[in-house]
Write a protein that binds this ligand. Structure first.
Ligand code: NAD
Length: 648
């Protein structure tokens, strides 16, 4: 480990080194315990970065749920609690943030489940501050029974909500935006504490949710349908967008507030209820956000089960994904988990919206504004400590400016102020969890084995918290390691000759989220954004890969999942479309001019008519069972495009 003195020293209680070690040991102890009964996956433990404090054994209701041994769920078996009994000295820093927590309704022990009533009968987990390694507060998570009741309550609430006029729904979402504005700073501080992102970026995250409520409000007064011309006389075709039902939203740790905002603002205004399964390690942000949404629903007398919450590990997400009552599963997270979620949802013909991993590249042409490109790429590569889905992970610089550009960029990296994300001046905080740090370390070892040259960083920062150095590596862009998304601040740099080579490199990875070119040449610009250019969902020019606005559709192609969220027409995914053809005439022509001969010769009808054997609907009386002739229809047939006599 490298010793590193943060520019802005950590001001929170520093954790004793033994505290950090004990948490790591704690995780491995749990894993060992779980491997024996296969009920406590390593991923869940690492994701939680949490521990069960033995001094706080689960509440009786939680314990009974644990002993029910729900299949597939985290099962807090006796051995699990025994496994952590020697780690009860883990420090907590709840009191340090008490004022903030009071403002957001967070207690030392919290329910992480709401189906209209707060509760939860799953295991208790502990949320940690990645800057200090200390415990923030505890959360009771969801059991299988909680998943069931939350979805049930959300569906019932939606039956009421879907009849509320869309502009009225828009007003409710607007009020959510107002409530978020009031708590913006507090929410941002909580995001910084629990995720580790710097305060400025955390405030931006809350702003994204607020901006989405504005989009939803506008949509509520302008949600379009279509009136289409019909090929048939006196016919009209309508397309309408109706509420879909219950939307399951599963979110990643790195945008614990905004991604729920993208989804819920649109889902609510479109007339749906939402069941939210946040990342386990960001349960406190989910709790605080949900309480704000609930405050608005309550004062307007709507059921809070419209915004149900299910804190829990992956098993909870799996249950939501597989549940037939969840009409749309909107999943944001890794490609590996998204691949499974997509199959589970589609197997039952549920809808799925996938926002998965990225492996984003910036291209710098010889004619680029170097200063602009350096600033943009620095933000895009080290922002959120390299833990944005749109983080710049690959950098291709044209050979004429490669040396000078890399010199400027490494110089800029040296200025990056690492420290407590809540401190002014810090632009780079910790990684989110221990597994991210170990992934960073393993990747650095792999880079060295593969012949990569470290131009900056590459080391874990010694001391409290989960800090690693922002890193630049000169690397063969075709190396296997470069094809993967390593969710850490590692930037792979390479030189290229011409634009076609750069585009080929940009597109040569399995992911397709974001891409960017820095150039002053209009031909290069249009080539890059055109059909032969970048194959990503986001294709920027003189703007780096991260930092999207909510007005446009957000998402990517290939292994990024193909989903689109936020603005543009993303709202349509939260609706079911109905097509209606209305006939306001007396005739019944068929589309495509189809002649459907289903009548005896006209003379038979004429004969029946002449003899008075035609009933008042125009059917020949006693005309032979099913084979009756409907005079009106026979007459009408000539009205349609290409219509012919006898069309029925
Ligand atoms: P992750 O895939 O580990 O977890 C995402 C969510 O899935 C969490 O809520 C987690 O609890 C849940 N989950 C875990 N196992 C599950 C299972 N078996 N069934 C259902 N749900 C399960 O991702 P992460 O580490 O939280 O986030 C980082 C990843 O998310 C990166 O790959 C990043 O690129 C991606 N991401 C993508 C976007 C986007 O818009 N494309 C945005 C943010 C993050």
């Amino acid at each position: 480990m490298l010793s590193y003195a943060p520019v802005a020293p950590l001001s929170l209680h520093s954790i004793a080194k033994s505290g950090t070690v004990s948490l790591v040991r704690h995780c491995s102890t749990l894993t060992a315990a779980s491997n024996s009964n296969r009920r406590f996956p390593l991923r869940s433990v690492l994701e939680a970065r949490a521990s069960t404090l033995p001094t706080q054994s689960p509440a009786p209701h939680a314990r009974s749920a644990i002993h029910r041994s729900l299949p597939g769920f985290i099962n807090g078996s006796g051995s699990r609690f025994a496994a952590v009994s020697s780690h009860e000295k883990l420090e907590d820093e709840f009191e340090l943030h008490k004022e903030l927590f009071d403002e957001l309704g967070i207690k030392k022990e919290n329910s992480g489940v709401c189906n209209g009533e707060w509760g939860g009968s799953g295991p208790v987990i502990y949320s940690m501050n990645p800057s200090t390694g200390k415990i923030l507060a505890s959360i009771t998570t969801a059991s299988k029974a909680d998943v069931d009741s939350a979805i049930d309550a959300a569906r019932k609430a939606q039956h009421l909500w879907r009849s509320v006029p869309t502009p009225v729904r828009g007003h409710i979402v607007r009020e959510i935006g107002e409530a978020l504005r009031e708590k913006k700073l507090a929410l941002a501080k909580l995001i910084s504490l629990e995720v580790g992102k710097i305060l400025a970026e955390a405030e931006g995250e809350v702003q994204e949710f607020i901006d989405m409520t504005d989009i939803a409000l506008g949509l509520s007064r302008s949600m379009p349908g279509q009136v289409l011309p019909s090929e048939r006389s006196k016919h009209l075709i309508l397309e309408q967008w109706h509420p879909l039902g219950c939307v399951g939203v599963i979110t990643a740790f790195n945008f614990p507030h905004a991604v729920y905002g993208w989804n819920s603002s649109l889902a609510f205004v479109c007339g749906n209820s939402v069941v939210w399964k946040p990342a386990l390690s960001t349960s406190l942000v989910a709790l605080a956000t949900t309480k704000i949404v609930h405050s608005v629903l309550e004062r307007n007398n709507y059921p809070t089960s419209l915004a149900a919450l299910l804190c829990g590990a992956g098993e909870v997400g799996e249950a939501v994904s597989k549940d037939r009552r969840v009409d749309l599963v909107s999943f944001t997270g890794s490609t590996a988990i998204g691949r499974k979620v997509g199959v589970w949802a589609q197997e039952r013909f549920g809808r799925v919206l996938l926002e998965l991993g990225g492996n984003n590249a910036c291209i710098v042409m010889d004619d680029a504004n170097i200063e602009l490109a350096v600033r943009g790429i620095l933000f895009s590569a080290v922002g959120t400590s390299g833990q944005r889905c749109t983080t710049t992970r690959r950098l291709f610089v044209q050979q004429g400016v490669y040396d000078i550009f890399m010199e400027h960029l490494t110089h800029a990296y040296k200025q990056v102020r690492i420290g407590n994300p809540l401190d002014k001046g810090t632009i780079y905080g910790p990684l989110h969890n221990h597994s991210a740090v170990s992934r960073f370390q393993k990747t650095m070892e792999e880079i060295k084995r593969a012949g990569g040259a470290i131009l900056h960083g590459g080391k874990v920062v010694d001391g409290p918290g989960l800090f690693v150095q922002p890193t630049i590596v000169r690397m063969d862009p075709t190396a296997e390691i470069v094809q993967r998304e390593t969710f850490a601040p590692i930037l792979y740099a390479a030189k290229f000759k011409d634009l076609s080579e750069a585009i080929q490199l940009n597109n040569a990875v399995p992911q397709g989220l974001s891409s960017s070119i820095f150039t002053s040449d209009v031909r290069a610009l249009f080539e890059f954004i055109g059909p032969n250019g970048s194959d990503c969902g986001i294709v920027n020019v003189n703007v780096p890969t991260s930092g999207a606005e909510v007005g446009a559709a957000f998402g990517g192609e290939k292994e990024t999942g193909g989903g689109r969220e936020a603005g543009s027409d993303a709202w349509k995914q939260y609706c079911r479309r109905s097509t209606t053809t209305i006939n306001f005439g007396d005739d019944l022509p068929l589309a495509q001019g189809i002649a459907f001969h289903h009548s005896p010769p006209t003379s038979a009808f004429d004969a029946a008519s002449a003899s008075g054997e035609v009933d008042k609907l125009g059917y020949a009386v006693g005309g032979g069972g099913e084979d009756v002739v409907k005079g009106g229809i026979t007459k009408a047939a000539s009205g349609g495009v290409g219509g012919s006599a006898g069309t029925v």
